[in-house]
Ligand binder design. Sequence first.
Ligand SMILES: [Zn+2]
Length: 112
Amino acid sequence: VNDPMCWPTRVSLASLNGGEELTGRRREHAATCLRCQAEAVKYRRLRRELAGLGGVVAPAPRGLVAAVLQAIERDPAQAESQVRRAGVAAAGAAAVVAAGTVVVLRRLRGAA
Ligand SMILES: [Zn+2]
């Protein structure tokens, strides 16, 4: 039931830039495979939604600053080490998000 062309076709679908189409055997496969056609629709919709997000900014959670300041007042030494640990984790997460955003933006550039 699982066509061996499904996987390479889906990998191509995921990496197409906006406006690009499948070519060669993958294009032929997608023309006859309903599952890959459904996948292509999903990617088109996802690209459209991401393009519509534009400059959306996610605000910091309410009370975050107050909670951090309180922790520092209660036990400055412990708070400092917690903040340092959280900062390292946050920097790592931010780097991953930034890298992902760059990839998404590059892929969307053709569609925008
Ligand atoms: Zn398929």
